[in-house]
Design a protein around this ligand. Sequence first.
Ligand SMILES: [Zn+2]
Length: 287
Amino acid sequence: MQVVTRFAPSPTGFLHLGHVYAASAAWHAARQAGGRFLLRLEDIDPQRCRAEYAAAALEDLAWLGFVSDAPLRVQSAHLPEYRATLEHLAARALIYPCFCSRADIAREVAAAASAPHTGDTGAPDGSPYPGTCRHLPPAVRAEKLAAGAPHAWRLDMQAALAHVATTGAALRFFEPSEGWIAADPAPFGDVVLGRRDVPASYHLCVTHDDALQGITLVTRAHDLKPATHLHVLLQHLMHWPTPAYAHHALLTGPTGARLSKRDGAVPIRDLRAKGLTADEICRQVIG
Ligand SMILES: [Zn+2]
């Protein structure tokens, strides 16, 4: 099977050395295996993503030599596909509409003194959703939907795990440096798969696109390893193949903190403006 990797930045700022490190990992994994390297823009967040950053990212990547072996995938141009995936899951009662506002959820979490603390599970959405809308009477749910009430779509984790149990499948993923790892998605709880503002979410789009683009090896930073446990579940529910996952260290700055714009990571374009070559920039993240 040909190895297919991808680099999938979100255009929320200018690319910096951390991005070069991640792109380089995917690029070399593909090249060393005689495989293919693909580019994707994960730009579904209308609040945080900007067209100027997308254009700058593509220009920087081309200048660095990280050229995609297939047409660029731009997620914001494919919202109907993500919506269709949500409809598929809704038809199987694996997701449900959630009409709660952030304030509603915060109040519920605070009120439930016995709510399990899962802040250290790595669930990217923070506290687990208390399940308020999971058991709304069907008539109430239909009425709210018909009235156009704003809503997100949440995974019914219990229903999803029950479905997995009926198939007898083992949820797991292969990490080349560690071997097979059993996936435990339960700590994510009823995670949002479709946002209020767009019929999509990071978790939905990344698994959808990895399957669509035939990605066989996902290289990404270690901070996303917890999310892989959820992604394996989504792949199982949607009958998508599970790629191998090579989670790499986060490139750190001089203080040991994760390199990001906030931490003072210098944009690639500033290094270019100083006269550094693409080779010199890539060497900075390899040694
Ligand atoms: Zn709700």
